[in-house]
Design a protein around this ligand. Structure first.
Ligand SMILES: Cc1ncc(COP(=O)(O)O)c(C=O)c1O
Length: 398
């Protein structure tokens, strides 16, 4: 008996659906209802006193729940609303010079982050070096990526697991290379934290960003920003606000002064309601431990890859376990329409053009559910049940 299946009863949606879309939005823990009631309760009963009694420290208190999942120490993580702005906060602390005038990223980096990097570089006449995808299109040649990082590199922005293929970049090697060239690493762990072990402190990662809404079952508006406490004092974010000031209630006029701790990277009034939703998922992941989640995830992705290959479908995911994240996209025929029919049947997945039907099981799923999704695809293809749907590729969130 798989002990992790005992967690299923804690997730309402698992009672009615085969929920396999955890790379997009993780299932909501039932305890979130209670958390949201607490939020409304303190606001209703305590009014403005809620700030002092519970709310002001919440962006760092929730960060402390993320810390064990990233391999970070308490007090090093602040919570933000999305990775695009968290990345912009970090970039706002950097000053290019003649000697340091290059930012490195990859062609597989999440597009929103590419937009932020591109605009930041354009405005400052900084070179943005985009390392292309390798021949398979799934990942990036790691040697080529490391060679792109040199003494002129100011910052490097890469994902730990690529969002399209879940391919794992060699984060420890990239971190070592960044330190050797005095380049600031901004590691995006959105698609890995919660399903793949991460050790930011041990690996020497300067900055790690990502969100709780996918693999950490924490809902939108919960994005973490880890900054190595040795690196943090060197960064003075220009995208800032009074939460980052050492005496916010003194309402001092500018010039800005920054706190020395994780609050340094905050700006204005935080997203309190969202932060309430994050804790049940984070506590559950810490309780189970990421190594156990990873071991089970590999069994499920193995099963998906075997089943897809047995049917002759292409897969968008590494076969090699050591570089595979938690998602497998199977390129079955009529994938977009088949995915719609799967959703009508409460097998919740999505479709990405060029990748296929994305299936992303988490610790509360089972190999049986993965196999059920595959046999449903068989049945939909055999009966042509997909024919009742029409194509509008690319309309759903990531
Ligand atoms: C790797 C990665 N980075 C970033 C994002 C999203 O960034 P943001 O929080 O700015 O919407 C996603 C997906 O939503 C992602 O998969």
């Amino acid at each position: 008996m798989d002990p992790l299946l005992s967690y299923r009863e804690r997730f309402p949606i698992l009672q009615t659906t085969t929920y396999l879309i955890n790379n997009s939005l993780g299932a909501m823990p039932g305890d979130v209802y209670q958390e949201m009631r607490s939020y409304a309760g303190i606001w209703a009963q305590r009014g403005v006193r809620a700030w002092g009694e519970a709310w002001w420290t919440l962006p760092v208190d929730v960060g402390d729940l993320v810390a064990p999942i990233l391999g970070a120490r308490p007090g090093t993580i602040s919570m933000h609303t999305n990775v695009s702005t968290a990345t912009a906060v970090v970039l706002s602390a950097l000053t290019p010079t003649q000697a340091k005038n290059k930012v490195v990223t990859t062609a597989l980096q999440f597009p929103s982050i590419q937009y932020v990097l591109e605009q930041w570089c354009l405005e400052r006449d900084v070179t943005l070096e985009v390392v292309p995808a390798d021949a398979s299109g799934l990942g990036v040649d790691q040697q080529r990526l490391l060679e792109a990082i040199d003494d002129s590199t100011l910052a490097v922005s890469v994902s730990h697991a690529e969002f399209k293929s879940a391919y794992l970049n060699d984060a420890p090697a990239i971190a070592r290379c960044c330190r050797a060239h005095d380049a600031l690493l901004i590691l995006d762990a959105f698609q890995s934290a919660g399903v793949v072990p991460i050790e930011v402190e041990q690996w020497g990662v300067d900055v790690c960003v990502g969100g709780c809404l996918k693999w950490l079952c924490g809902g939108p508006g919960n994005v973490y920003l880890y900054v190595d406490p040795e690196v943090a004092p060197r960064l003075q974010p220009r995208l800032t606000g009074w939460m980052a000031h050492p005496a916010p209630f003194a309402f001092e006029n500018a010039p800005m002064r920054w706190r020395d701790d994780a609050y340094r990277f905050l700006a204005g009034t935080p997203q309190i309601a969202c932060l309430y939703a994050a804790s049940p998922g984070l506590k559950m992941h810490a309780e189970i431990g990421i190594p156990a989640i990873r071991a089970k995830s590999l069994l499920m992705t193995d099963a998906l890859l075997d089943a897809a290959q047995a049917r002759g479908w292409d897969v968008t995911a590494p076969l090699d376990r050591t570089v595979r994240g938690g998602t497998v996209a199977v390129n079955a025929p009529h994938g977009e329409l088949v995915a719609k029919e799967l959703n009508d049947r409460d097998v919740v997945v999505d479709f990405r053009p060029g990748a296929g039907i994305r299936i992303a099981p988490h610790f509360y799923n089972s190999v049986d559910e993965c196999q059920f999704a595959i046999t449903q695809i068989d049945e939909i293809l055999q009966t042509k049940a997909y024919e009742k749907h029409t194509s509008v590729a690319g309309a759903t969130p990531t």
